[in-house]
Design a protein around this ligand. Structure first.
Ligand SMILES: Cc1cc2nc3c(=O)[nH]c(=O)nc-3n(C[C@H](O)[C@H](O)[C@H](O)COP(=O)(O)OP(=O)(O)OC[C@H]3O[C@@H](n4cnc5c(N)ncnc54)[C@H](O)[C@@H]3O)c2cc1C
Length: 450
């Protein structure tokens, strides 16, 4: 028997915003979450808001410091966040020898005060807890500790089950993240291109000796069988940062990547002397092409569930908010007996703003760059040509466009000084399947195990 108007599976940023929208519209809503505590952050996340100085997913994120609210000005929604926030004033990429490719310089961006921030660092456990309070206040039933393992669909509704519990609703919003079981069980993954995995180990650290404490940092390790990466995200607490070591290729040992940055390379190792780890986390995810149509048989996808790699927290929040409202509209349309458009509008937004609005290959290129410029020394050389900062940015899609323009500008110099690098740069225009072919192959055995 159908009990709920909507079942929301997954209580990350997307699921919480979806449940809040549905609850606020008066729908009988249940939120199902696998973790025993929604507010506990198990999965590695940099805990920043992408992006603070640019439209992202057709919206502009805004932090109201006085009112302690994170808001989205175009879609017109906000929520309470009473934890600490730190402005991230630039994103800088460092080469193995310490040359810097800067998306902004903090001394320049700081001239605009907090409006110069490219991203905002926050505490995600506090954010999840603030959102959960609003979900509770909107009348949503919350069930923690349930791993949804089967889905049944018929013309009138959807039943989600985990262990011996069954939940039947008119609609279901799948916000179960990037490795979504629901999208796999219900056919949304058919036809999606698998590019690779993204594997990470994360460390919350104290006592780092970084070039600046209010910038985002990334770097590449060229010494492993396939590239390894380091991202350093400021934390909104004095003397703390989140450090992540990542790879797209399961053959790469992430401890080796960590050792390279923290011990072996003298430039980076100087940042880690005397630092201590206060918390560890990890993540493992598929990197597929996006789901082109996020609605099928009463199931609507929100957040990372249908995305390539990730929508980022901001994209997940926007899509969750919109998905909850789309289902609220659909239920009302059904009740009135009028032509249905709530869900169609969401699908159109997903396609226009995300699938066709951004190239998912650009997102992956943020990680695929060392597959193109595949020697540390070449990367040192390219970074040495950045005489002026690139535009301040913490937006993975915009960054690739800025990088493309930077590369075009330095081609004449490379032609003169290092023509051997030009064929490598030309590889940037090749299809991503080709760029990542060897890593994709290395992922196949694990894919078959799934
Ligand atoms: C290393 C790393 C660093 C990142 N850094 C940043 C950053 O700095 N800034 C940023 O904006 N984004 C960052 N992200 C991405 C960000 O974490 C995600 O985009 C965001 O969390 C997506 O939100 P979501 O709600 O769609 O999914 P998730 O946050 O993944 O939430 C999914 C929820 O569903 C639950 N779930 C899964 N399966 C089931 C099931 N079968 N039954 C019940 N519940 C289930 C999970 O437990 C989880 O709570 C990072 C990601 C990684 C991997």
């Amino acid at each position: 028997m159908i009990k709920y108007d909507v079942i929301v599976v997954g209580s990350g940023p997307a699921g919480l915003l979806a449940a809040r929208s549905a609850g606020r519209a008066g729908l009988q809503t249940v939120l199902l979450e696998r973790k025993s505590d929604i507010t506990r952050l198990d999965r590695m996340c940099g805990q920043t808001l992408v992006s603070a100085n640019d439209y992202y997913f057709d919206d502009l994120v805004n932090y109201n410091r006085e009112g302690k609210r994170i808001g989205f000005l175009n879609n017109g929604f906000s929520f309470n966040y009473d934890g600490p926030i730190k402005n991230c004033m630039a994103w800088q990429i460092f080469s193995p020898k310490g040359n810097c490719l800067p998306f902004g310089l903090p001394e320049e961006t700081s001239k605009k005060g907090e409006h110069g921030a490219v991203g905002l660092a926050y505490d995600k456990e506090i954010l999840l807890s603030c959102l959960l309070e609003e979900v509770k206040a909107s009348g949503v039933e919350i069930v923690e500790g349930i791993d949804v393992s089967s889905i049944q669909q018929d013309a009138g509704g959807v039943t989600a089950a985990g262990k011996d519990s069954f939940f039947s609703g008119k609609y279901l919003i799948a916000a179960d993240g990037t490795n979504s079981r629901i999208s796999r069980l219900t056919g949304f993954n058919e036809g999606r291109q698998l590019y690779c995995y993204l594997l990470s180990r994360g460390f919350c650290m104290q006592g780092l000796n970084l070039p600046a404490d209010n910038i985002l940092i990334s770097s590449i390790c060229f010494d492993t069988i396939a590239p390894g990466y380091m991202f350093i995200f400021p934390r909104p607490y004095a003397d703390e940062a989140n450090v992540a070591f990542l790879t797209l290729d399961p053959r790469v040992d992430l401890s080796q990547v960590g050792d390279y940055f923290m011990k072996q390379n003298p430039f980076y190792a100087s940042w880690f002397k005397g630092a201590k780890v206060i918390k560890e986390s990890a993540s493992a995810q598929y990197v597929f092409s996006p789901v082109p149509d996020p609605y099928k048989n009463r199931i609507l996808l929100a957040g990372d569930t249908g995305s390539c790699q990730e929508l980022e927290n901001t994209g997940a929040m926007i899509s969750g908010f919109k998905a909850g409202n789309a289902i609220a509209a659909a239920v009302k349309e059904d009740n009135i007996g009028i032509y249905s458009r709530g869900i169609t509008d969401y699908v159109k937004w997903w396609q226009d703003v995300y699938v066709n609005g951004y190239r998912h290959e650009d997102y992956i290129m943020n990680f695929a760059l060392p597959y193109v410029i595949d020697q540390g020394a070449d990367f040192d050389y390219i970074c040495s040509l950045a005489k002026e900062p690139l535009p301040p940015c913490w937006n993975p899609y915009a960054a690739i466009s800025h990088l493309g323009q930077f590369m075009q500008g330095i081609v004449p110099t490379i032609q003169k000084e290092r023509p051997d690098i030009l064929p490598k740069l030309a590889k940037m225009a090749k299809p991503m399947e080709e760029v990542l072919a060897e890593t994709t192959m290395a992922c196949q055995p694990i894919k078959e195990l799934e």
